[in-house]
Design a protein around this ligand. Structure first.
Ligand code: PLP
Length: 431
């Protein structure tokens, strides 16, 4: 490609992307009408018609027997882990790169979190690293389908089978993805979803657990419903989404979802399949265009076992060596100035200020230091390289753009690639 004459936007030149980022969330008149009906109905929570209908619809969409709506995608993880049998003192294997809530959920129920390394390109848990971390205390593995990739679920499920472990998928980024015929979240013993504002299925806040195991369903239900679970007859029958209740001998809390949230979710769910298809098609288009223009940025490897990739964000790999050593920060800054709004990733979980896991003054509930993984000394090379040098992600809203919009994104990337010396000079000047 010939060098372009216009100087980079980071250097005062014109921006490549002039079309607006597609708006999110998307809502239709049906949701607005339903919200008004809910408000007027006076039934705002506690197994109302929209909660019941949404749980049925989402379970059917995911291909599981059950779906339980909860307050957010952190308590979903807590309840799912408890429901599969994790108790205080058990070890739970979690990738070292994820949103802190994945680890917090396990810590909050008294488990010891063992952080393991990731695949450097897909940013998902590395099955070999998970295998090496298994001890007699390991109870569960949490594969997190991060950003725009799915974990190698064949390897994770095989590992779990061999060692008698439970698998709880954190599918907060993966509503609608399909791995060899099965939806994300439906592959393990339980799947956890977040419906927080930025997610591809959203009600502002909210979450759900899906499972086909009646015992896991009964336990999650009671854990979110202050200890009241479905009667065995209700759990086995067709009324599982609004069941008859009885005390379930579980130390549950109020983690309920509301009717307003479920009214919104039903609208979002009616659009999810088509939006996922569009994002998947556009992500493949972008990855192919990046491959053709060459340069330091490319799409992450796509596993051929993925039939439908859902995207919280498109996962990208940046190779500074192909950019004359320009650090990722300088490259990303130049892209953002062009209007290509890439993000860096979450920080490594063991470096998250919130958890401050390795410090004895940490606000995390006390754990016996003798039993804890040495977070302070922990080095997970792929996690650190991805978080500090190689990973960039493009949020999912961009993937709903028109072809013209996508072409502007590609033009912005090509422009930065063609003017790397200028980008470097700007970065060194602190622009
Ligand atoms: C991977 C992952 N897991 C769990 C969560 C927690 O979800 P929530 O914010 O709904 O509690 C999030 C939220 O961003 C997430 O990204």
């Amino acid at each position: 490609m010939t060098a372009q004459t216009a100087s980079l936007a980071v250097n005062g030149g014109p921006k490549s992307v002039t079309l607006p980022v597609p708006a999110w969330p998307v809502v239709g008149e049906r949701e607005v009408r339903r919200m008004e009906e809910v408000v007027r109905s006076g039934k705002w929570s506690w197994l109302g018609p929209h909660e019941t209908a949404f749980c049925r619809e989402y379970a059917a969409f995911c291909g599981t027997r059950y779906c339980i709506g909860l307050a957010n995608g952190t308590v979903t993880m807590q309840c799912a882990l408890q429901a599969v049998g994790v108790v205080p003192g058990d070890e739970v294997i979690v990738p070292g790169l994820t949103w802190v809530a994945t680890a917090q959920a396990a810590l909050d129920i008294g488990a010891d979190v063992v952080l393991v390394d990731i695949d450097p390109e897909t940013l998902c848990i590395d099955p070999k690293s998970a295998a090496a971390a298994i001890t007699p205390r390991t109870k569960a593995i949490v594969p997190v389908h991060l950003y725009g990739c799915m974990c190698d679920m064949d390897a994770i499920l095989a590992l779990a089978r061999t060692h008698g472990l439970k698998v709880v998928e954190d599918a907060a980024h993966q509503h609608g993805g399909i791995w060899r015929g099965k939806r994300a979240g439906a592959l393990g013993d339980a799947g956890s979803f977040s419906f927080q504002q930025s997610k591809v299925l959203t009600s502002g806040e909210g979450g759900a657990v899906i499972t086909s195991d009646p015992e896991v369903y009964r336990a999650v239900f009671a854990l979110k419903q202050v200890g009241w679970g479905p009667t065995p007859e209700a759990a086995a029958g067709d009324d599982w989404a609004a069941p008859a209740l009885e005390p379930a001998n579980r130390y549950g809390h109020n983690y309920r979802i509301t009717e307003m949230q479920c009214a919104l979710l039903r609208g979002g769910l009616s659009r999810l399949e088509e939006q996922t298809r569009v994002r998947d098609e556009n992500a493949q288009y972008l990855a192919e265009r990046l491959r053709r223009i060459g340069g330091p940025l490319r799409g992450a490897r796509r596993d051929p076992r993925i039939e439908r990739q859902a995207y919280y964000a498109l996962t990208l790999y940046y190779d500074a060596a192909q950019a004359g050593g320009l650090p990722r920060k300088g490259y990303a800054g130049a892209l953002c100035a062009e209007g290509v709004g890439v993000w860096t990733t979450y920080c490594p979980v063991y470096r998250a200020p919130l958890l401050n896991l390795y410090d004895r003054t940490s606000p995390v509930p006390f754990r016996d230091p003798a039993r804890l993984q040495d977070y302070k000394g922990l080095r997970l090379p792929n996690v650190e390289k991805a978080a500090e040098q190689t990973a960039l992600v493009l949020p999912h809203t961009h993937l709903l753009g028109s072809r013209d919009y996508l072409d502007q994104l590609v033009a912005g990337i090509a422009k930065v690639n063609d003017n790397l010396a200028e980008a470097r000079a700007c970065f060194e000047k602190g622009n």
